[in-house]
Structures are given as structure tokens and as C-alpha cells.
Design a protein around this ligand. Structure first.
Ligand code: ADP
Ligand code: MG
Length: 679
């Protein structure tokens, strides 16, 4: 038994309360603690005299407290504790927040180390809420870890606990294949863990970090590759080569673009091959992914199979359903619909038509992948706007049929450097062209103080008979927030714009209500639709020409781009108006990007730069394990080395069954949790 598998409660000093606090950080076992990496280090060899401190830096100061003061009732309701400390070169003010109990700690006198960020201006600097420890306590070490903490835990606790298990950590089991270590000149697991917590020198820290980043990326990448190769070794369906695709595409009211044609033929050859297809269709908003998916579905049905298409919201699913009824109805293919809000009788009849094979295509929400949904011969599964569906769900889906082909569609372009990780288990096809005749959307940014002009424009457009979306970040006004809400705007506009019909739609409404409103908007009865981000994904109403976004500063770039993509779908000039409140640098930068480009790919790259990959991709949503130490942005070079190593590893041992790869395979299993990847 691995001693690191013991619960943290076996460490002296960790009682039930601390144990609970640690659990909040995901730390249950000694191993979790060993793998809870510092966010920073306090390097005491870089002690600075107080006279050399400057705003903006983080520094270690060794000084003596000389006076203390409790300050109450700040505006934010936080209590403050102000400490003045001195060294031989001067004095420094230190502010602690919500920590009145510290008064006692410092009243005993003596020298302390303070480690924190220096803030302040020209006249006076302060150190903000630093970590501190009594000089002499941990004197033996120069470089101390600084951990991300939760309430009820202190740096000193964490350091002491980790230190107490260092001997065990140093003996940690190696999980990487010995050859991988050798080929990449990595240090061992124990050494790496020991030195990531308490590095003796900068050099050792670097070796440790390199190894841990490498390990994490190798696990992630190899894991994803294995999902893919396991699926590739399964027997899939070889769809008929003889389906006349023209018989379908000729019924569409338009001619496919060259890009749609190319992607469709990639999809078709994937479907014809006996290896299960796992393909991602990447295409900017409005590039026409639905038509390609429909053609693939046609091929599946004409080959004698059923197809399913899932959408992330019921509203979007309904829209696809309506489109598909039209497209497939005239070809004599029965289209079914399934969602959580069907009445029991409707549901029962949908399920029986599906099980009997009468239904050729089933459209729906997540309801489609529930266990009680039985197909007669499921051959193809399409998921629309895939960023809401994770690896886990994809796997679950593929278990519904024998091994159905899978097509996922997304409007979030993934920078090429990262696509192979995020979609490591998929092949990628890109629709990199928009249908002809589209007039680019004009984008304008308007300060909230000028809101009135924006609404005058809305009035003008509405008078011309055009339709308008207005999007707000929240449904209702919230106490203490001055964010615009859909309900507030709806009320205002209903007063101002009596001549037009104004409606509101949001996620808390009953589905029937949402349907009624979307229908009204699609048919043109509703002129102005006030909404939350509900309409962000996929909605297609070509007659809408204005997208006005309130509190645009609250939305991410990808979201803004998605929203803007709701207009400019018809033959009339469209306009997107970003009303923003707070012109911080960050806001200005994001809005500037929206004004300067319409290219989803560029926007995605910027978004990634600004937000970092974790948030950008919603890694967890994708079913991709969160990264503890590696960064897909910072460690691109290491990622290259990892790719090469994974290729060698899988070439030599495709299913990772050799004894020397056992611990590695086990660790991948652990990392992907419930996702069955069959290694
Ligand atoms: P998205 O890729 O964002 O899902 P859609 O599939 O909803 O885009 O298509 C957007 C609009 O473009 C729809 O109204 C669709 O009918 C239209 N469209 C798709 N392909 C073409 C084409 N080749 N020529 C003209 N219009 C097209
Ligand atoms: Mg779409």
C-alpha cells in the first residue's frame, strides 16, 4: 500500500476542522497534499531593506513591529489592522484585512519576515496582507512555498504539514515510464515533488517544475490520444458510398460554398470508412454548419441508419427541429423531437417511433442521451455547439449505438497550437468561408452615458421594419449592482416604444413561453426582443438586423462574437452596438478587438491571450481534467516535446499494457476519472 494514500488526518495537528478546510481545496490524502503545488515562493535570499521597496514589487522584509492600530468600519465592511515595522533603513506600514487577532501575535515583539506585495504611491508605500513568520522559526530554509489557501488555513500550517511528510514525498512512486524519463532527461518523481515544495536552489526548482509540467501534459495528451486510438480500433459503421448526396443538397435553397463542400466530403469519407468517425466541424458563426450536418444525416439515413442531433438549449433544438422537418419532410424522412419538457404521452410516442425505426432523425437536448432512450439502429450522432458537451458525454453517446460515428460542431475556433490538446480525441474539419452575399456587420461602441443615442437608432431601425435583439447580462435588477437587466430594459422599452411589439425571453421562463416568443420573433410579429444570453448560441433569425448589448464589458470576447453573429444573416445591412459602462484598460482592449475584426479565429486567439486557456475552454466542461501546474499557454515548448514523447510511447506500446507503463496508464485512468478510455 502506498503510504501517501493515507488521509491527511494522520498528520499531527490536522483535526476535523482543518481536515474540512483542506477538503475544500480538494486535499484528502497525503498524496493530494504532495500534489498541491505552491503558487509562489518566498525567497529570503532576496530580502530587501525597507528603503529599497518600490510599489508594484513583491518582497521579503525582515523587520521588527513597533506599533499597531486597529481600524474599523471601512466602506467595504472589512476590518483592517495596521502594523508599522522597522529595520535599520526605515519604517514600513503593513495592512492586514479582517485579521484583528494578529494584534496579539505582534505584541510579543521580536523580528519577523514579511512577504507580500508593495502598493502605494509617491508619498507612502504599504505592504498588503503579507505572509509572515517569526524570524528563527524556519530559519533553516531560504526558499519557502506560498500556497493558495482557503479559509481556516494558514501558510505556516501548510508548510509545516508538507514538511512533515517530505521524507515520504521524496520516496514517491515513479509514474512515468523509465524510458520517457531517460529520453527527456527528467528528474525523478520524488525529487521533483520535494523540490517543488521546498527547493534548495533555483536550479533544483526549475528541474522539478519542468518534470512536473512534462508529466502533467504527457498524461493529458497521451490520455486523449488513447481515447482516440481505442475508438479507432473499434469496429464502426461503414456507411454506403452510393448515396446520391446531390439528391439532398439540390433541395437546399442555396448552393453549398466551396468550404462546405470540402468539409462535407471529409465527413463523407470518414463515414464510409469502417473506423468510427470522431470529427469536429469548426466554423465561425454563420458559416453554415447546419447544412453540412444535415447532409451527413441524410447519408446516414439513406444507408439504413438512424441519426441523432443534440443542441445545448431547447430553443436551439426546436429551431433545428423546424428546419429539419422542412428539409427532410419533403424527402420522406421522419424527424422526431425529444426534450425534458415533453408531456409523458408525447414522450412515449416519440420513444416508440424511435425504437421501431420509424424515426430517421431525432433532434433534441441532453434528453437524447438518457439511458431509457433506445434507438433501433443509431449510426450517427451530431452535437451542435459542442463547447457545452464534454469528452465524458461524447463517450456516453458513443455507447448508445454499436459504435456510431460522431460529428461535433463548434463556432469557437481553437488556435491550431492547442486544438490538438483540447480536441485531442477528434479529427478537425474547418469551414473557413462564409456564404456569399453577406454584408459585414457594422460594430459600434457606445458609452453608457450615450445610451440614448443607441436607443434612438433602435427606434429608427424598428420603424424601417427591422428586428432588434437587446441583450443584458442579468434577468432582474440585483441589489447593490448597477448592471442592466432584461426585466428593467423590457419595462423601459415597453413604455418608450409603444408603437412596436416588445418581448422578453430568459432562461427562467417555461419552455412553452420561450417557444411562443421565439416563434413570434422568427415570424416578425415581435419587433424587439430583450433577452439574456439565452440567444447566444445558434439562433437563426435572418431578418434581425440590430444586436444591442448592454454592459458589454461583462461579456467575454467569444460571447460577444457569438452574439454579434446573430445578426448579419440576411441581405440587409446589420449593426452591433456595444454599450459599455466601465472603461478600464481591459474593457477598452476587448471592445477595441470587437471593433477591429470580425474574424472569429483572431478573436479566439485574443480571448485566449486575455483569459488564459482554463477559462477560455472551460476545460472542466470539456471533460478535460484541470491542470495543476502546466499551462497550455506558457508551456508550448514543453508541449512539443510531450507530443514527440507520446508518439514514441504509443508507437511502442499502443494500449500501454507493458509492465513498465502500468503506473503511467493507471495515472491516466485516475486523471480522466469516470471517462472510460479503456486502457
Ligand atoms: P452556423 O454555422 O452558425 O450554425 P447556420 O448553419 O445556422 O450557421 O447557417 C446560417 C445561415 O446561412 C442560415 O440561414 C443558412 O440557411 C444560411 N446558409 C448556409 N449555407 C449557405 C450557403 N452555402 N449559401 C447561402 N446561405 C447559406
Ligand atoms: Mg449553428
Amino acid at each position: 500500500m502506498n503510504p501517501l494514500h493515507a488521509p491527511v488526518s494522520c498528520i499531527k495537528g490536522i483535526g476535523p476542522a482543518k481536515q474540512k478546510a483542506l477538503e475544500k481545496l480538494g486535499i484528502r490524502t497525503l498524496e493530494d497534499l504532495a500534489c498541491y503545488f505552491p503558487r509562489d515562493y518566498e525567497d529570503r535570499r532576496n530580502k530587501l531593506p525597507i528603503s529599497e521597496l518600490r510599489p508594484g514589487i513583491s518582497a521579503v522584509v525582515k523587520a521588527v513591529p513597533v506599533s499597531a492600530e486597529k481600524l474599523h468600519g471601512t466602506r467595504s465592511g472589512k476590518s483592517q489592522f495596521r502594523l508599522t515595522v522597522e529595520d535599520a533603513t526605515g519604517s514600513l506600514k503593513i495592512l492586514f484585512f479582517n485579521a484583528p487577532y494578529l494584534a496579539k501575535t505582534f505584541s510579543e515583539g521580536g523580528e519577523f519576515f514579511f512577504y507580500g506585495k508593495i502598493a502605494g504611491g509617491f508619498r507612502e508605500i504599504v505592504m498588503l496582507h503579507p505572509d509572515f513568520s517569526k524570524a528563527g522559526d524556519e530559519e533553516a530554509r531560504d526558499i519557502l512555498p506560498v500556497y493558495p489557501l482557503a479559509a481556516g488555513l494558514g501558510q505556516k500550517d501548510m508548510r509545516r504539514w508538507v514538511e512533515s511528510i517530505l521524507p515520504m514525498i521524496a520516496e514517491a512512486e515513479e509514474c512515468l515510464p523509465p524510458m520517457s524519463i531517460e529520453r527527456n532527461r527528467l528528474c525523478g518523481a520524488g525529487y521533483a515533488l520535494e523540490n517543488i515544495h521546498f527547493p534548495a536552489t533555483r536550479q533544483k526548482f526549475k528541474e522539478a517544475r519542468y518534470r512536473l509540467v512534462f508529466e502533467e501534459l504527457l498524461l493529458l495528451y497521451t490520455g486523449l490520444r488513447s481515447i482516440r486510438s481505442v475508438r479507432a480500433s473499434e469496429k464502426g459503421i461503414a456507411f454506403s458510398r452510393d448515396v446520391d448526396m446531390g439528391a439532398f443538397t439540390n433541395t437546399l435553397p442555396f448552393k453549398l460554398t466551396a468550404a462546405q463542400d470540402r468539409v462535407l466530403s471529409e465527413v463523407c469519407s470518414g463515414m464510409e470508412s469502417p473506423v468510427p468517425m470522431n470529427r469536429l466541424i469548426q466554423g465561425d458563426v454563420g458559416s453554415g454548419k447546419t447544412a453540412v450536418a444535415a447532409a451527413a444525416i441524410y447519408k446516414a439515413v439513406m444507408s439504413g441508419f438512424q441519426a441523432a442531433m443534440m443542441a445545448p438549449t431547447e430553443t436551439l433544438a426546436k429551431q433545428h427541429y423546424a428546419d429539419f422537418l422542412e428539409m427532410f419532410g419533403r424527402l420522406g424522412i421522419k424527424v422526431g423531437f425529444l426534450s425534458g419538457s415533453l408531456k409523458p404521452a408525447e414522450r412515449a410516442s416519440a420513444l416508440s417511433a424511435l425504437a421501431s425505426g420509424e424515426t430517421g432523425v431525432l433532434i433534441g437536448t441532453h434528453a437524447v442521451i438518457q439511458p431509457d432512450v433506445a434507438f433501433s439502429r443509431l449510426g450517427l450522432v451530431v452535437t451542435d455547439e459542442q463547447h457545452r458537451f464534454g469528452v465524458g458525454q461524447r463517450v456516453k453517446l458513443s455507447q448508445k449505438g454499436e459504435s456510431p460515428d460522431i460529428l461535433v460542431m463548434t463556432a469557437t475556433p481553437i488556435p491550431r497550437t492547442l486544438g490538438f490538446i483540447i480536441y485531442g480525441d477528434l479529427d478537425i474539419s474547418a469551414i473557413d468561408e462564409r456564404p456569399p452575399g453577406r454584408i459585414p456587420v457594422i460594430t459600434k461602441a457606445v458609452r453608457s452615458s450615450m445610451r440614448q443615442t443607441a436607443y434612438e437608432y433602435v427606434r429608427k431601425e424598428a420603424r424601417l421594419g427591422n428586428q432588434i435583439y437587446i441583450v443584458a447580462p442579468s434577468i432582474e435588477e440585483n441589489e447593490g449592482s448597477d448592471l442592466r437587466s432584461a426585466a428593467g430594459i423590457y419595462e423601459e422599452l415597453s413604455g418608450w416604444f409603444r408603437e412596436f411589439s416588445v418581448a422578453m425571453i430568459h432562461g427562467r421562463m417555461k419552455q412553452a413561453e420561450k417557444d411562443r416568443i421565439m416563434d413570434g420573433f422568427a415570424s416578425g410579429q415581435i419587433r424587439i426582443l430583450v433577452s439574456t444570453v439565452l440567444i447566444e448560441v445558434g439562433i437563426n433569425v435572418p431578418s434581425a438586423t440590430v444586436m444591442l448589448i448592454e454592459n458589454a464589458e461583462r461579456f467575454g470576447l467569444a460571447q460577444l462574437h457569438q452574439l454579434r453573429g446573430r445578426v448579419g444573416r440576411g441581405s440587409r445591412q446589420s449593426c452591433c452596438i456595444l454599450v459599455y459602462e466601465n472603461a478600464s484598460d481591459d474593457v477598452r482592449e476587448r471592445i477595441g478587438i470587437m471593433l477591429s475584426t470580425d474574424d472569429g479565429f483572431k478573436i479566439a486567439e485574443k480571448d485566449l491571450e486575455l483569459r488564459g486557456p482554463g477559462e477560455f475552454f472551460g476545460m472542466k466542461q470539456h471533460g478535460i481534467p484541470g491542470l495543476r501546474i502546466a499551462s497550455l499557454l506558457k508551456h508550448l515548448k514543453i508541449l512539443e516535446a510531450v507530443k514527440a514523447e507520446a508518439a514514441i510511447l504509443l508507437e511502442e506500446d499502443p494500449s500501454l499494457i507493458k509492465p513498465e507503463n502500468h503506473s503511467f496508464a493507471a495515472k491516466i485512468d485516475g486523471m480522466f476519472g469516470s471517462v472510460e478510455i479503456g486502457i
